[in-house]
Design a protein around this ligand. Structure first.
Ligand code: B12
Ligand code: SF4
Ligand code: SF4
Length: 398
C-alpha cells in the first residue's frame, strides 16, 4: 500500500471502530495548529469576554496547538454524541418550585461517557498500530473541541458559537483523540447559518454579539457556574434555571427540524431518575451532602460543588412567584455558606411583601442582627429595603 492508501485504510478502520463504540459522528482532522482560533481566542480573552475562564497566553497557545499536548501529533479523531431525547424540557420561566436543568446535564456526566469511549478507542489504536500513541480530550482537555470538530467536517459554527451538525443540529457533545497515527483528514463543511439570527434575538441576556461571539459574563450558562455571587442585574433573567441554559439552541431552526424527525432521539443521555428534566428547588436548596452525592455526582452538574447548586436554587426560588418558596428560603438564611445565605436573602426580597408576609421580613431582620459577613449583610439590607419600598407602594395604591 502506498502512503495515501495506507492513511485512508487506517482512517476507515479507526472510524469504523469509533462508530462501533457508539459515537454518533466521527471525523478526522490534521493535527496542525489552530491559528485562526488562536487569534479569536486571544481577542476574546483581551476583551474580557471569557469571563471567569482564565486563559493566559500560554494556555491559549497550548489549547490551539495539538503537538504541545502530544509530541509527534499528526491527526485528531473528532467525535460527537447526541444528547437529544424525546423528554420535555421544563419551561425556565414557569412559576413554581421546579428548576430547569439544561439538556446536556439530564443524563450521566458526558465527560465520563465520552471519555470512557475515547479511552477504549485509544487502547484499540495503540494495540492495532504498534508504536503509535493517543491522548484523550473531552471538554476539560487541552484542545478547543469546537474548532477541531469543524475542521474534521462534523459541523459548522453556529452564530450561537455552538457546532451545528447536519444530523443532530447542535445537540451534540464533542470529544477528541489526538494521535501520532497518520490518518487521511476530512474536509470542513461548506455551510453556515446564512441570514438567520434567531439565537441572537432569543438570548435572554443579549450575550451573543452580531458576529456570534459569546460574552461569557452575560451568558446564563456561565452565571450558573460562577463561584462568586451572581451579579444582581442578571438574577431575574435566570428564571427557574438551576444549571445551564438552552435558549440559543431550543429556538434554532436547524435543531427544531431535527426534533421533528425522531431519528436522533436515541437517549444515550436520557434523564436520570433522581433528576429528570427539572428538580425540586427546595430539596436542592436544603440538601445534605448525601443527597448532593446521590442526585448530582453522576451528572455534569457537580463539578462546581454543592453550594453553587444551592445558591442557584435560591435564585430560582426568588423568581418562582410562589408563596411555598418562603419557608425554605428562611431556613436557608442559616446555611453555613455565605453564598447561600446572601442569595436566599435576595430571593426573599425578590418575592415581594405580599408573598413574604411578616415572616420573611422578620427573618431578614434577625439575620441582620447576627450576620458577620459584609456581603451577606449588604444583600440582606437591600432585600429589606426592597420589601419596605414595595410595601409603601402597595399602601399608596390601596
Ligand atoms: C468555557 C466553555 C464554556 C463557557 C464559555 C463559552 C464560550 N462561548 O466561550 C460557558 C460556560 C459560557 C459555556 C456554555 C455552554 N457550553 Co461550553 N464549553 C466551554 C469549553 C470548556 C471551552 C470553550 C472555549 O475554549 N471557549 C473559548 C472560545 C474562543 O472558543 P470556542 O467556544 O470553542 O469558540 C470557537 C467557535 O465557536 C468559533 N466562533 C465563536 N464565535 C464565532 C462566530 C463566527 C461568526 C464564527 C464563524 C466562528 C465563531 O471560534 C471560536 C474559536 O474557535 C468547551 C470545551 C472545549 N474544551 O472546547 C465547552 C463547550 C464549547 N461547551 C459546550 C456546551 C454544550 C455548552 C452549552 C450549550 C451548555 C449549556 N446548555 O448551558 C453552553 C452554550 C453557550 C454558548 N452559546 O456558547 C460544548 C459545545 C458543543 C457544541 N455542539 O458546540 C463544548 C464543546 C463541550 C463539549 N466537549 O461538548 N461553555
Ligand atoms: S446559553 Fe443562554 S444566555 Fe448563553 S448565549 Fe445561549 S441563550 Fe444566551
Ligand atoms: S438560530 Fe439561526 S443563526 Fe443561530 S445557530 Fe441556529 S441557524 Fe444559526
Amino acid at each position: 500500500m502506498n502512503g495515501d492508501a495506507a492513511r485512508r485504510d487506517a482512517k476507515a478502520r479507526v472510524v469504523a471502530r469509533a462508530l462501533e463504540l457508539g459515537f454518533d459522528l466521527v471525523g478526522v482532522a490534521a493535527a496542525d495548529p489552530f491559528a485562526k482560533t488562536k487569534s479569536v481566542f486571544e481577542r476574546r480573552a483581551a476583551d474580557g469576554m471569557l469571563g471567569q475562564w482564565r486563559f493566559p497566553p500560554e494556555k491559549i497557545a497550548r489549547h490551539t496547538d495539538p503537538s504541545q499536548a502530544l509530541a509527534g501529533a499528526r491527526s485528531i479523531v473528532c467525535t460527537a454524541m447526541t444528547y437529544a431525547t424525546n423528554d420535555q424540557p421544563h419551561d425556565p420561566y414557569a412559576p413554581g418550585l421546579r428548576g430547569a436543568v439544561s439538556r446536556h446535564s439530564w443524563g450521566n456526566d458526558y465527560h465520563r461517557v465520552i471519555g470512557g469511549k475515547l479511552r477504549q478507542l485509544a487502547t484499540w489504536i495503540e494495540s492495532e498500530f504498534s508504536g503509535e500513541s493517543c491522548l484523550v480530550c473531552v471538554d476539560t482537555g487541552p484542545l478547543v473541541d469546537r474548532a477541531a470538530a469543524v475542521r474534521a467536517g462534523l459541523g459548522w459554527y453556529g452564530k450561537n458559537a455552538n457546532v451545528l451538525t447536519r444530523e443532530h443540529g447542535s445537540w451534540v457533545l464533542l470529544g477528541e483523540l489526538i494521535t501520532t497515527l497518520d490518518l487521511a483528514p476530512d474536509e470542513p463543511l461548506a455551510k453556515n447559518c446564512g441570514e438567520c439570527r434567531v439565537c441572537i434575538d432569543r438570548c435572554p441576556t443579549n450575550a451573543i454579539g452580531p458576529d456570534g461571539a459569546i460574552d461569557a459574563r452575560r451568558c446564563i450558562s456561565d452565571l450558573t457556574q460562577l463561584k462568586t455571587p451572581i451579579p444582581i442585574e442578571f438574577r431575574a433573567h435566570i428564571g427557574n434555571r438551576i444549571w445551564g441554559c438552552d435558549d440559543c439552541q431550543t429556538f434554532c431552526p436547524v435543531n427544531e427540524r431535527k426534533e421533528r424527525g425522531a431519528d436522533c432521539m436515541r437517549g444515550t443521555f436520557s434523564p436520570l431518575p433522581q433528576i429528570g428534566t427539572s428538580v425540586d428547588l427546595p430539596s436542592v436548596l436544603l440538601m445534605t451532602k448525601g443527597r448532593y452525592k446521590k442526585w448530582f455526582k453522576p451528572t455534569s452538574m457537580a463539578w462546581r460543588g454543592k453550594a453553587v447548586l444551592q445558591r442557584n436554587a435560591a435564585v430560582a426560588l426568588g423568581n418562582s412567584r410562589d408563596e411555598r418558596a418562603i419557608a425554605p428560603l428562611i431556613e436557608a438564611l442559616t446555611d453555613r455558606k455565605p453564598t447561600v445565605r446572601g442569595h436566599a436573602a435576595w430571593a426573599l426580597g425578590q418575592l415581594g411583601p405580599r408573598l413574604n408576609g411578616d415572616k420573611g421580613r422578620a427573618a431578614l431582620s434577625e439575620l441582620l442582627d447576627r450576620e458577620q459577613d459584609a456581603w451577606v449583610r449588604s444583600e440582606t439590607e437591600a432585600a429589606l429595603a426592597r420589601l419596605a419600598e414595595q410595601s409603601a407602594v402597595t399602601d399608596i395604591k390601596s
